[in-house]
Write a protein that binds this ligand. Sequence first.
Ligand code: ADP
Ligand code: MG
Length: 704
Amino acid sequence: MVLAMTASAPQSEISPLDRPVASLFGVGPERAAQLGRLEIFTITDLLLHRPRRYEDRRHFRPVAELEMDKPAITRGKIVALGVKWFAQHTKSIFEIIIDDGTARLHCRWWNLPFMEKYFARGQEVVVFGKLAGLRPRTIDHPETEVVEGGEESSIHLNRITPVYPLTEGLPQRWLRALIWRTLPAAEPHIGEPWPGLERHAARDPRYGITPDMPLPSRARAIRLLHFPESEADGELARQRLALDEFIELQRQIQLRRRNFQAKARALPCAGDNHLIKPFLAGLGFKLTEAQTRVLRDLRKDMSGPHPMRRLLQGDVGSGKTVVAACCALMALESGYDAALMAPTEILAEQHFANFKRWLDPLGVAVELQTGSRRPTAEIRNPKSEVRSPEGEGQRAKGGEKTEDTLRGPHRASLTIGTHALLTAGFELPKLGLVIIDEQHRFGVAQREQLVRKGHYPHLLVMTATPIPRTLGLTVYGELDVSMLEERPPGRGRLRTFVRKADKLPKVWAFIREQLGRGRQAYVVYPRVEDSGASAVKAVTREFESVRQALAPYRVGLLHGRLKLKDKDEVMTGFRAGGLQALVATSLIEMGLDVPNATVMLIDNAEQFGLAQLHQLRGRIGRGAHDSYCILLAGARSKDAQERLKVLAETGDGFRIAEADLEARGPGELLGQAQSGVGKFRFGDLSRDWELLRQARELAAKVVD
Ligand code: ADP
Ligand code: MG
């Protein structure tokens, strides 16, 4: 916890801030249990209990001036109340009517008859909500608070008042008063965890905070969090407390990295080009400048003193696979094994086919290990067998290390697999490099697990999901980052259209025309892979109707529940052109590379996140022909269609990811990767990038 004792506090005593809430006056066992349900156990927890919103109770709106559908705060005296029962006493409405001298307001609650006991005629109540009707003026299910006289009113009224998350039986007023009473005694004990912070940090100018407003001290931030003195104070306090959280997170990340570098020695894996040279010569295209630049980064890492920890970000279709192949060859040239982990079996199979085609001529063994497939090595390629004398002569020249590996029984190989690579049975004797494709599908924990298989092998993770800066600093904080921002040349244009479902017949006609020209198409339905048998049924049903719509063209079906053999058959058919269209779930989102496929229809596109749609459409636009992505949106939601338009407007994965982050929060974008990120009480990854950037710098100072 970042709340620190002041230097003057005696060391032996526990900080008053760590005392249990039950030690506070007025908190008995029942209240303590209720607070516990809110995860408030200590005084620190209580002080960090974040209001969910504020009410400006310095200004109430007269009842007569309330407007429809606009949230507002008002107050008045209860002039009548009661419960009405109906539907044979199974349903009820509890209602209070308040009057503030300008008009009357009806407040109604459905099926909460017990509410009656909390109110009495003549009481003064504060009401927050929005008008649902004008005759009579009515608010349904408002938030209310009974006003009591006396000094208490200075806590609850005439100020910007915090409204807290509660739990059953815990009154808003009681909690607010408790925090009010606890603050004065606690404040002197709230130290500065990172000295000098107020001077360092500039504020994010959004949210009405000007850069010349100094950040409050931590103690002051905590007071302002609960009892702001002006409109901006709550947000200012939040930012200060968020900064503390981010610094702590960044400090941990940077410490971990330091420790790692201190104890892990890198395996010498820079290679000597004897495999890469013929590989590039036989490739059939020239590497782009971006690819060459990234390879220079990689070679530097692979020959450096610390094991490589690098993230390769490159938009869909930017050519990461070839870069991965070169990286693997560096390790193999140096006599070390390499492993490549892909998120799905299909993708692992595709990589396997590619790498075999590329590496077989070089005499490099490539093996496949997925959930459904045993390692090919066990079947026909026992490790002890030394094949391919070609290249060995060259290798022998490559220095002591390589000679060692050649004399011994070990022959370096590349293993490609899915998460099955993580299972206990998988061991590579001399694992020098781990490559993880489509990183966002794997959690940080899994990444670590695989890397621990060897003796600190080098690690290259690749992702096509552009991670907005904020997230990158947290999820990938320990990794160096390389970017492939250039696409290979000679690609056709990729255009994206948003269409309503009623345009479907026209869309089919368009697709048929494209198929008539020899192109191929994907038709994608938004069913997640793990959504079970009913999803399979749904996509199977769609398959039938697509078949009819596209007849006589041949259509294949691909979903996660198919047996691997069947998946293979469909994929092979589609690659070879025997199938002209593929109906699929979002399974195809990752990695598939069929350059002749130029049309993608995504049904119910609004059910996907933007970043995911961008991934999906990355399956087309990979060949020389122009490509077309059609997003079919259900007609219901205008918002959804607006949201989808971003995709029609830009192909920039980063812009799309940021739009997605704003609309849907970080969970979606990160998938499992997020499990490695701390939960923040105050920090908000979707907008605090400026704070995160500062935190990173400040943490570096702390670590030094
Ligand atoms: P991604 O970055 O999405 O994984 P891939 O590695 O699948 O992209 O590459 C997409 C396609 O581009 C592949 O067919 C690949 O062979 C091709 N490609 C990669 N690099 C180049 C290049 N420098 N010039 C031409 N085509 C390339
Ligand atoms: Mg890929």
